[in-house]
Design a protein around this ligand. Structure first.
Ligand code: G
Ligand code: MN
Length: 250
């Protein structure tokens, strides 16, 4: 690609991202506590109708390329905060953080929109990308905790990710990746891995959420392994409203 074409492409992407930032909205997916048949929380997932930037992966790829991750993170957190008045008061709201957002001073300010709701928020840090590039990760996380936020490690067990961030962050909870959950009832190996990860999660005193549960067979296998917090299409897709398929919703 010529230099001029690359510049044009960057300009287009920049404009598309600016439009997306003005129009993004938040979908909420339930996380259920199966034994009590209650909703434990909702994960906030960013969505936008800008062609090519419809989901979080695409949005963050564009923002990374354009070095606008802080701007995107702020827009998402502002939108989440706007919706919190409508959320059932007794449930937690899980918000994904890109590691680069840990470097954003706004996140740590007492006056920023999400901080007012900190005791109801669990910030998810993904295992997929390294926290190693963030300055003073431990200090940043300690400051977030001081503001009242809880921290979870997301996507644990995905792809090439390891357990190192669990030792580094000492999270309040972990979310086990859907690649381990998929067809867990037919794989003794996945069951062995999940059984030990669920035990580790509970042993460090935290909550353990199994993600991406799609079938009753997967649900029952996870319950037999000691899981109780479950998230996935079986209980509800990410939607604009706070919805859940359980009869007792909150
Ligand atoms: O990386 P993270 O765990 O934040 O990703 C959550 C993503 O997984 C969301 O985009 C959501 O739409 C998707 N998701 C949630 N539940 C399910 C599920 O049961 N099956 C599949 N295939 N995807 C899911
Ligand atoms: Mn997540």
């Amino acid at each position: 690609m010529s230099e001029a074409a690359a510049t044009d492409e960057r300009t287009c992407l920049n404009e598309a991202l600016s439009r997306a930032l003005d129009r993004l909205w938040i979908a909420f997916q339930p996380i259920v506590d199966w034994p009590t048949q209650r909703v434990f929380g909702y994960e906030a997932l960013v969505r936008c109708n800008e062609p090519g930037l419809a989901n979080p992966g695409l949005l963050f790829d564009a923002a990374e390329k354009l070095q606008r991750v802080h701007e995107l993170g702020r827009a998402i957190r502002r939108q989440v905060a706007c919706r919190l008045e409508e959320a059932p008061p007794e449930v937690l709201v899980f918000v994904n953080l890109h590691p680069v957002e840990l470097d954003d001073e706004e996140l740590l300010q007492a006056a920023s929109p999400l901080t007012a709701y900190a005791p109801r928020i669990v910030l998810e840090l993904t295992e997929r990308s390294s926290l190693g590039d963030v300055c003073n990760v431990r200090d940043r996380i300690a400051s977030l905790r001081k503001l009242g936020f809880r921290i979870a490690i997301d996507d644990l067990g995905a792809g090439y990710s390891g357990l190192s961030s669990v030792g580094e962050v000492e999270p309040d909870g972990v979310k086990l990746d859907m690649s381990l959950v998929r067809d867990v009832h037919t794989s003794a190996t996945k069951r062995a891995i999940l059984r030990s990860m669920i035990r580790v999660g509970h042993e460090i005193g935290g909550f353990v959420v199994c993600e991406g549960v799609e079938t009753a067979a997967e649900r029952d296998a996870l319950l037999a392994l000691g899981a109780s917090l479950l998230q996935g299409y079986l209980f509800g897709r990410p939607e604009r409203e706070f919805r859940c398929s359980l009869p007792v919703c909150t």
